[in-house]
Design a protein around this ligand. Sequence first.
Ligand SMILES: Cc1cc2nc3c(=O)[nH]c(=O)nc-3n(C[C@H](O)[C@H](O)[C@H](O)COP(=O)(O)OP(=O)(O)OC[C@H]3O[C@@H](n4cnc5c(N)ncnc54)[C@H](O)[C@@H]3O)c2cc1C
Length: 379
Amino acid sequence: MEKRTAIVIGAGIVGLATARALGQAGFSVKVFERNAKAIGASIRNFGMVWPIGQPMGKLYKRAMRSREIWMQISKITGIWSHACGSLHLAYSLEEWQVLKELAEIFKLEGRDVQLYSAEKIQAEYEYVQLNNLYGGLFSADELLVDPREALNQIPNYLSEQFGIEFYWNNCVNKIEDKVVYIGNKAAYSAEIIVVCSGMDFETLYPEVFESATITKCKLQMLRSVIQPNDFKLRTAICGGLSLLHYTSFKAAPSLATLHKKLKTEMDIYLSNGIHVMAAQNGINQITIGDSHEYGQSFDPFDKSYINQLILDYLQGILKIPNQAIEETWHGIYPKMTNGDTEMCLSPEPGVFIINGLGGAGMTLSFGLAEELIGEIIGK
Ligand SMILES: Cc1cc2nc3c(=O)[nH]c(=O)nc-3n(C[C@H](O)[C@H](O)[C@H](O)COP(=O)(O)OP(=O)(O)OC[C@H]3O[C@@H](n4cnc5c(N)ncnc54)[C@H](O)[C@@H]3O)c2cc1C
C-alpha cells in the first residue's frame, strides 16, 4: 500500500517534532527549511526541558511526555542530555514563602520536589552565594539538552529512523491546493502540509497571523567560556525573579506579595522582563539569560545594559569560576496574547499551522505534535 504523504515547513523544534509524529504515524514526510540549517529560536534557547514551569494537567503531562521523547532520542543518537533537575533559590523571606507554598502544592500534585535549607544547598552546591540565602526548591523533572547539537542531529535521526527527507535552503513562499511552491516553481504536493515557520509571519498566510492573537518576544542571552577544572553546576539554577515568570508558580498564594516587593525594589528588571537562569551544557559552558521584550518587530541591536543587569543579578546568586562571556545573542519567539499555549489552525483544507509555543517550545513540542497529528489524522 502507498504511504500517505506529508510536508512540514520549518526545521525548528516544532517542525522536527511534527515530522517525527507524522513519521511515526507511517507518513512519508518531506521537511522544507529555508536556511542551510535551523537558526531560529530553537538553537538560540537554553535547551531547558522544563516541566516545573507547566501547570498540572494536560500541560505538565505534555511536558513529561516531551521529556520522555527527548531522553529516547538522546539514548538512540547519543546527543547530550542531562536529567539534572532545577533549583530555585530564595534570597528574601517573600521568595522563601513562595517556595514553601509551591513545595506543598507541587508535592500534593505528585511532582518530585523538595525544599532545601541553606545549609543543604551550601553542602551540595558550594558555588551558590550564601549571603541572605533562605533556601531553595529542588525539582527532579528538568532536563537539559544542547540546542545547537540537538537541532543539528535530530534531522539525521529522523531520516534514519523514519526515512524523512530534508530539503535545506528551500524557502516555501506559497501554498495552494496542497502544493508547496519554492520560488515560482510548484515543487511538491502532499495530503497534509504543516507550517511550522516560527517568527516568520510574513511569508506564508500573513493574513492569518495578522488576525491571530499572537505577538513576538525578543530575548537577550549570554554564554560563558568553558569553565575551568571541570567545574559543574550539577543542576539548572534560577533566582527569585523566575518565580514571576512561569504559569505553574501562579498557584502560590503569596506570589502577589513577592511581585509587589520586586516591583518596588527591582523595577528595572521587571520592566525589561528579566529573570535569571543558568544552565551548563555538555562542554561546560554556562548559558545565562534572559530578558523579554514584546512587539511585532525589534531593534536589531542588543542592549549591553540588559546583559549587565543579568550578570549583576547572577553574581548575587552564583560564584562562577570564570565569568568571562564568550557569546551573546538574541532570539525571537512568537507568543499567544490570549493566554493560549499554542496556535493550531487550518487556513485551507489539508494545511495546518502550528505556532505560538512561546518560551516553552523545547518543553512542549514533542508531546504537542503527537497530540495534534493524532487529531489531524483522526487517531
Ligand atoms: C532565547 C530563548 C530562550 C528559550 N529558552 C527555552 C528553553 O530553555 N526551554 C523551552 O522549552 N523553550 C525555550 N525557548 C522557546 C523555544 O525556543 C521556542 O518555543 C521554539 O524554538 C519555537 O520553535 P519553532 O520551530 O516554532 O521556531 P524556530 O526555531 O524559529 O523554527 C522555525 C523554522 O522555520 C523556518 N522557516 C520559516 N519560514 C519558512 C519558509 N517559508 N520556508 C521554509 N522554512 C521556513 C525558519 O528558517 C526556522 O528554521 C526559548 C526561546 C528563546 C528565543
